[in-house]
Design a protein around this ligand. Structure first.
Ligand code: BJW
Length: 245
């Protein structure tokens, strides 16, 4: 199949996972160098772990914040942000919590798994932007409950408003581009099926095959930035986004 060009589509959804930020230096979760190889998610990424040992979870969380604060959007993030500015309707549905799409300039971003830079009260769910959490400030001023990272951990429900917005965008798209996800975490992993059923052209960008690969008509096997460049070929403004500023 000849590579499609982004400009041939009216409604594009970029569905992103950790591989999208790998070239920015943010570790993925699974595979070589993945976070879960070193840190057991049962100790750091579920409510039970937080109830048992909040200090350990905050330590892990702050280590991640520090790591991501040193990372910058890569050419792929920038290309997607520029596409939103140039093309009729571009939506990002991301599993990532690092905020790098927004840092690159994307505005229409639905974050399925929350955000590293937000905390919320475990009791009343008030959420606030927060860059530097330290232990003694961990009580909610509204109700006295514990702050926790506003991230969707294993066993947590995803925010229904975010899921509904994402589903609407995916159902209505004519091009669906999945980038850098292993497609093993649910319910995110089943969202691409909405695009398949809606008749969108579905493209998977990933150096490796995934359990979802069979649903995609086109597979671009390589790193996100180079493969997005292929999709943007012939759109000079988007080519420019790939150049490091
Ligand atoms: C590149 C690249 C480059 C590398 N360019 N590509 C149905 C069946 C089975 C289980 C379940 C089910 N429904 C629900 C569950 C339970 C669970 C689940 O899915 N478990 C499975 C893992 C077995 N799901 C949940 O608990 C969810 N909640 C829920 O369903 O609530 C209702 C419920 C509750 C209880 C019981 C049943 C239902 C919540 C899931 C929350 C996920 N949260 C995390 C944790 C963040 C914590 C933190 O960061 O501190 O979110 S897990 C982690 O995985 C993170 C990610 O968003 C998510 C997805 O990972 P992603 O993005 O795909 O990354 P990787 O690392 O897996 O893959 C990277 C890919 O990039 C690879 O393919 C590489 O090849 C590629 N790559 N370099 C392009 N340069």
């Amino acid at each position: 199949m000849v590579d499609p060009s982004l400009r041939d589509f009216e409604r594009i959804v970029f569905f992103t996972g950790a591989g999208m930020s790998a070239e920015s230096g943010v570790p993925t979760y699974r595979g070589a160098g993945g976070i879960w190889r070193e840190y057991d998610y049962r100790r750091y990424a579920c409510q039970t772990a937080f109830a048992r040992d909040p200090d350990a979870v905050w330590e892990f969380h702050n280590f991640r914040r520090e790591l991501v604060s040193r990372c910058h959007p890569n050419g792929g993030h920038r290309l997607i942000a520029w596409a939103e500015a140039l093309l009729p309707r571009v939506t990002v549905v991301t599993q990532n919590i690092d905020g790098l799409h927004q840092a690159a300039g994307s505005r229409r971003v639905f974050e399925l798994h929350g955000n590293l830079w937000r905390v919320r009260c475990a009791s009343c769910r008030t959420s606030v932007q927060d860059e530097h959490v330290v232990r003694h400030e961990l009580r909610c001023p509204s109700c006295g409950g514990w702050w926790r990272p506003d991230i969707v951990w294993f066993g947590d429900m995803l925010r229904s408003d975010v899921v509904m917005d994402a589903e609407r965008a995916i159902r209505g798209c004519d091009l669906f581009v999945s980038i850098g996800t292993s497609a093993v975490v649910y319910p995110a992993a089943e969202l691409p099926l909405l695009a398949v059923r809606g008749g969108a052209l579905c493209v998977e960008v990933n150096p490796e095959e995934t359990p979802a690969s069979e649903h995609y008509q086109l597979h671009l096997r390589g790193p996100a930035t180079a493969m997005l460049a292929r999709l943007a070929a012939g759109i000079p403004e988007l080519d420019a986004a790939l150049v490091d500023p």
